[in-house]
Design a protein around this ligand. Structure first.
Ligand SMILES: Cc1cc2nc3c(=O)[nH]c(=O)nc-3n(C[C@H](O)[C@H](O)[C@H](O)COP(=O)(O)OP(=O)(O)OC[C@H]3O[C@@H](n4cnc5c(N)ncnc54)[C@H](O)[C@@H]3O)c2cc1C
Length: 676
């Protein structure tokens, strides 16, 4: 007789419990149970914060699925799609080819994924806490910050290294903040150059109180206890931006810190996203028995599902406790369907909530009892030790915890060479992207915004702005090619997005790609650090005068972005201009339009009605009225232009005038000959 094939997509809390229950109820003779999971292990998320705080080892929180689920066909493969009409799942097989497997019953237990993109810059500058890799990386980073603080001579920067910002005051945020705080403060005695006062851990939460899941007296206890242990609470605050320097809050406050841990922000697993089934907040809507609405043989459990608890008619929270119960009851319902019995709605009375808050303290809301402090912490450890899925891991976790009673937390920092990468990064105005004298590790391409190149000397430690670069330009090539330290700093002038290319990738591409090699050679030539070597007096002269002293009025008329190509053509004929600035309000610079743009637009199929906005160069490079004329000279060289727009300030696009090469040269000749 053909066995019923039950496929489970996802080997987390929900999927594993479902597989275990199915095996127990059906045995391996009646059903073929296949479990797909992206990794070969289950991650015991509730203990991830303990890994960060070096209380337990990273391997203690993962359990190999095939050791946990004997008799079940565990496939370390990701389900890409579900073909509901043919009852098949699609996945990429070991040979890289798309493959399919049919099912009689399918359980979706894919959980959700971290999505740090909810806040600009968070994905680039913050640590997530969802996988064991995240936890190990963060732990290693925390150790590195202590090592850096130890050797840092600047007291402010030392404090910055030792400031850890945790975003999100739910269970994982509170636990992570508590663990990091314990780790740093208990390790201070092994370091000579920083004291407890230099350490700060800040927990930022959007509501009035942290831990919204528990009762208000326990929340209050947790807050007070954590504050007493040294964790600073920033409540009723939302993070608006994350940068390498720290986080900016809505409302303008900026909190500086070298480490940002983000425990908020999740989104739907891609396979669930692709499924054409009704969802709410990205979670699959199910019937009371956990079958997908409108389906007879597809079920969903855990964080990817919106299951209603028939106990109270409310949607279940996304916790491990609920995922496990759903997995078990879903398996029981599948068995009922196979026996042609009626299914039962999901029903679960939560046992309670437990959260460890550091300092051998926890809060517990269990079986109607509200406990806090050491007793709650003891219960927390007991419950979670019991919940770790295998005896082998239970012993390991228990042993690590016992070890800590006698010995300090392990401060070993395993330094892995950072993988070369291509990534995106976001910087706020004033942030340093590169610092002078640092070793060269990356090459940067500006995707959005403007940066300034600043060079400092012993005489001028604050530094002089020597060039301004905007979107489409690149920087960082000189030090990479010469293998020398950076000769100048690069600082964001506006909000900036850059493409970051690691050293090895850069070397390979620039070695193989002729046009890039040529562009780099030209850049090295025109950006030569000694371009003024033969003319120091010209440089001194240009550096001593600001653009506002030499700029000319804004060239008129300004074009509006909606002006048609036909109107623009007329404007060129009537005014005899070589270019026009484009502005909607007659003040703010939005683009520049040249005759070349017009001709290129025509060649690309623009019609008489095509608006100027589609033809112009958007966000052109613009200098500020208080920039020096030396910066203008560098920009003329960089962009090979004869004229550049001048705006009121660095962070404004309000037109103040324009600067022309001709005027600059006339000034230099006049001054030098007068000087003679
Ligand atoms: C730091 C942290 C602390 C937490 N603390 C607690 C706590 O104290 N108590 C509590 O109850 N809950 C806690 N949770 C929440 C709990 O971990 C989740 O609710 C629970 O893991 C959800 O279980 P799940 O089976 O739905 O998904 P998960 O456990 O996330 O498992 C989903 C699995 O599916 C895999 N997968 C995804 N897509 C595919 C695909 N297409 N094909 C194959 N496999 C796929 C994933 O790789 C993953 O292994 C915590 C979570 C975090 C991140």
């Amino acid at each position: 007789m053909k066995k019923t094939r039950i496929i489970i997509a996802g080997g987390g809390f929900g999927g594993v419990k479902c597989a275990q229950t199915l095996k127990r109820e059906l045995g391996c003779d009646k059903a073929e149970i296949v479990l797909f999971n992206s990794e070969n292990h289950l991650v015991f998320c509730p203990l991830l914060a303990e890994v960060v705080g070096s209380s337990i080892n990273p391997l203690d929180v993962v359990v190999p699925l095939r050791q946990l689920l004997p008799g079940i066909f565990c496939r370390t493969e990701e389900v890409q799609n579900v073909d509901l009409s043919r009852n098949e799942v699609e996945f990429v097989a070991d040979d890289g080819r798309a493959s399919r497997m049919s099912y009689d019953q399918l359980v979706l237990a894919c959980g959700n994924i971290t999505n740090l993109n909810v806040v600009p810059g968070m994905a680039d500058h913050a640590f997530a806490l969802k996988t064991v890799g995240d936890a190990a990386l963060l732990r290693s980073h925390v150790m590195m910050q202590m090592e850096k603080a130890e050797v840092c001579a600047d007291p402010d920067r030392r404090k910055w290294y030792l400031h850890f910002i945790v975003v999100g005051g739910g269970f994982s945020g509170a636990e992570a903040a508590g663990e990091i705080n314990d780790l740093i403060r208990s390790s201070g005695r092994y370091f000579q150059n920083f004291r407890c006062e230099d350490v700060s851990v800040t927990l930022i939460h959007s509501r009035e109180q942290i831990l919204p899941e528990i009762t208000s007296d326990l929340r209050e206890f947790a807050r007070k206890k954590m504050e007493k242990a040294g964790v600073k609470m920033v409540l009723n605050a939302r993070v608006a931006v994350a940068t390498p320097e720290g986080v900016g809050l809505q409302g303008g406050q900026f909190i500086k810190g070298a480490t940002i841990v983000c425990t908020v922000g999740s989104s739907t697993a891609p396979v669930v996203e692709r499924l054409n089934f009704p969802k709410e907040k990205g979670r699959l809507l199910t019937e009371a028995d956990m079958r997908l609405r409108g389906s007879s043989n597809v079920w969903a459990v855990g964080d990817c599902a919106m299951v209603i608890n028939s106990l109270d008619g409310q949607p279940c929270p996304t916790t491990g406790q609920f995922a496990e119960r759903q997995g078990r009851q879903c398996a029981q319902n599948i068995v009922r369907v196979l026996k042609a019995e009626a299914t039962k709605p999901f029903f679960f009375k939560q046992l309670g909530e437990l959260c460890s808050i550091g300092g051998h303290s926890a809060v517990a809301d269990m079986l109607g009892l509200h406990l806090s402090g050491f007793l709650a912490w003891f219960i927390w450890r007991g419950v979670y030790l019991f919940k770790v899925p295998t005896w082998a891991r239970r012993f390991q976790v228990g042993f690590d915890w016992a070890w800590l009673l006698l010995f300090p937390r392990d401060l070993a920092h395993i330094r892995t060479r950072p993988t070369d990468r291509v990534s995106h990064a976001y910087y706020q105005p004033g942030d340093f992207i590169i610092r002078q004298d640092d070793p060269a590790t990356n090459f940067y391409v500006i995707e959005k915004g403007e940066v300034e190149v600043v060079r400092s000397t012993d005489k001028d430690p604050k530094g002089e702005v020597i060039a301004v670069l905007n979107s489409g330009s690149f920087f960082g090539e000189r030090a990479l090619l010469s293998n020398d330290p950076r000769v100048a700093s690069v600082r964001a002038r506006t909000a900036v997005e850059v493409l970051v290319i690691g050293k090895n990738v850069f070397t390979q591409i620039s070695g193989a790609l002729g046009p890039l090699r040529d562009a780099l050679a030209q850049a090295l030539n025109r950006r030569g650090i000694d371009v003024w070597k033969g003319e120091p007096q010209v440089h001194d002269l240009l550096s001593s005068i600001q653009l506002k002293d030499l700029m000319e009025p804004v060239p008129q008329p300004l074009l509006r972005p909606e002006a048609s190509l036909r109107d623009v053509g007329h404007a060129f004929v009537e005014n005899g201009n070589e270019f026009f600035y484009v502005s909607s309000d007659g003040q703010t610079l939005e683009g520049v339009l040249t005759i070349t743009d017009l001709l290129r637009g025509r060649a690309n199929g623009a019609t008489d009605k095509t608006p100027a906005a589609e033809l112009m160069s958007k966000n052109p490079v613009a200098l500020a009225a208080d920039d020096t004329c030396a910066v203008a000279a560098a920009a003329f060289r960089e962009y090979r232009l004869k004229s550049l727009p001048v705006v009121e300030h660095k962070d404004s696009r309000k037109l103040a005038g324009c600067i022309k090469v001709r005027r600059l040269m006339a000034y230099v000749f006049k001054e030098l000959s007068d000087g003679k």
